[in-house]
Design a binder for this molecule. Structure first.
Ligand code: DX5
Ligand code: ZN
Length: 220
């Protein structure tokens, strides 16, 4: 299979030692670092803010793939950009003006991503796909790690992958939620080029991170 980018979600890391955890996944071969930002309003869980992203920044030079599950969204874009996010991904439901939000992220010199919840149709990308760098298909309902992969999302991944290739766009197609070695293969076969994984990377502790990442990538 084509080897996807692996972006471990630090949501499954030990929050008492996040800096060490970020260093450990970096050394274990993570391509990106996926940071799940939740506000207890857009999703039913609360995680971290820009202060923690800034504190983690010196722990790895790898791209910080920051997934914002917050609403409102626009007032916080500058703070995450300044904190060191490289990719900023937003949900269309999190603000009234998706196109403007994307423009703002690009204006801050960052890569822009759009994330689709399981019930959000790919159609929402119609007038923004050519403006963005990444599509993040949620294969679980956002809010928590450790949930089961929703297989109907494979059709959505396929449809978006076809569109990206037909229009020859330079857009990463990332999949997030319930990724293990089986669903990783299914997602990549459907056209995913990047995978987020929390549980499947952090299980077993630091000694297993490298093997876990390699297995997801397909070189295990
Ligand atoms: C869910 C988050 C995911 C999650 C993935 O809201 O966006 O990144 O942490 O965790 P696993 O891999 O455990 O499903
Ligand atoms: Zn995420």
């Amino acid at each position: 299979m084509v080897h996807p980018v692996i972006s471990p979600s630090i949501l499954s890391a030990d929050f008492a030692m996040l800096g060490e955890e970020v260093r450990a996944i970096d050394e274990a071969g993570a391509d990106w670092i996926h940071v799940d930002v939740m506000d207890g309003h857009f999703v039913p869980n609360i995680t971290i803010g820009p202060g923690v992203v800034k504190a983690l920044r010196p722990h790895s030079p790898k791209p910080f793939d920051v997934h914002l599950m917050i609403s409102p969204i626009d007032p916080f874009l500058d703070a995450f950009a300044e904190a060191g996010a490289d990719i900023i991904t937003v949900h269309p439901e999190a603000g009234p003006h998706l196109h403007r939000t994307i423009q703002r992220i690009k204006g801050l010199g960052k890569k822009a991503g759009v994330s689709l919840n399981p019930a959000t149709p790919a159609k929402v990308l119609d007038y923004v796909l050519e403006e963005i760098d990444l599509v993040l298909v949620m294969s679980v309902n956002p809010g928590f790690g450790g949930q089961k992969f929703i297989t109907s999302q494979l059709r959505k991944i396929e449809a978006i992958a076809n569109r990206i290739s037909k229009e020859s766009l330079n857009v990463t197609l990332e999949v997030d939620g319930g990724i293990d070695t089986t669903t990783a293969r299914q997602a990549v076969n459907a056209g995913a080029t990047a995978l987020v994984a929390g549980t499947a990377v952090f299980r077993g502790g630091p000694n297993d991170y490298a093997a876990n990442i390699a297995a997801l990538r397909g070189d295990g």
